[in-house]
Design a protein around this ligand. Structure first.
Ligand SMILES: [Zn+2]
Length: 244
């Protein structure tokens, strides 16, 4: 019975299209996950960068504080010694050194102030970056879970469809299934097409009228002369049950 064979092919086609759609939808999930992961990583490296700058700032401030302390110590010592100096030449020489030390001190003090201001700004930025990172982490965890669940569901659906598919294949002649597979590969995943008003819906080409007639009688399985897909006459609307 060619009608039964055709029905099974239609069933097979229907299952294969469902599998194809599920697989295509599932493929988008890893892309989305990767995007979320990238956003999280960039928030993390932003924070790491700021933390690095904070550490650098702390180091620089320690250095400046140390230098400032040493210079102050020097200034104190030299000021004491200055009072004890006898000759104007010695006095002038030390006074000059003292001047330089005081200037160095002043510069260190200004630099320290600048570093402190920078530190406060960095602290604020780092706090904001921490908030951003924890937000991205939350999104990543939540969506990761959602996507994981979606993928599992899709895999289960596909598995169930594979079982149905194996049943449909078992009902079909081997040669017919092989032909079906061949056409499906060559024709973008669609091997069975309806004919509506004399037009093959697979390729939108008209089929010869005698073929359309044969299709209606359903004597044998037909293929479209243009796209070689299996064709079937589109079913009319369900006939109204005859009144008894
Ligand atoms: Zn066609």
């Amino acid at each position: 019975m060619s009608q039964d064979k055709l029905k099974t092919l239609e069933e097979l086609q229907n299952i294969d299209l469902q599998i194809r759609d599920l697989a295509a939808a599932a493929e988008k999930h890893p892309q989305r996950l990767k995007q979320i992961e990238n956003q999280k990583n960039s928030a993390k490296s932003q924070l790491d960068g700021l933390r690095g700058k904070l550490a650098e700032n702390e180091r620089a401030r320690r250095q400046q504080t140390e230098m400032h302390g040493l210079e102050q110590e020097k200034v104190r010592k030299w000021e004491t010694r200055l009072a004890e100096l006898k000759t104007p030449r010695e006095y002038a020489a030390l006074a000059r050194e003292l001047d330089i030390a005081k200037k160095t001190n002043e510069t260190a003090s200004l630099e320290l102030k600048r570093l402190l201001g920078e530190y406060e700004e960095l602290k604020k930025s780092a706090a904001a970056a921490e908030v951003t990172l924890s937000e991205k982490e939350a999104v990543s965890a939540r969506e990761g879970q959602e996507i994981g669940a979606l993928l599992t569901a899709a895999q289960e659906q596909i598995k169930a469809l594979e079982v149905q598919r194996a049943e449909a294949v078992a009902k079909c002649e081997h040669g017919l299934v092989a032909k079906y597979e061949r056409i499906r590969k060559q024709r973008g995943g669609v091997a069975v097409a309806a004919v509506v008003g004399g037009t093959c819906k697979g390729c939108q080409m008209n089929i010869p009228p005698h073929m359309a007639n044969l299709l209606r009688t359903g004597a044998e399985i037909q293929t479209c002369p243009s796209c070689y897909r299996f064709i079937y006459a589109a079913r009319e609307q369900a006939p109204v049950a005859a009144e008894v």
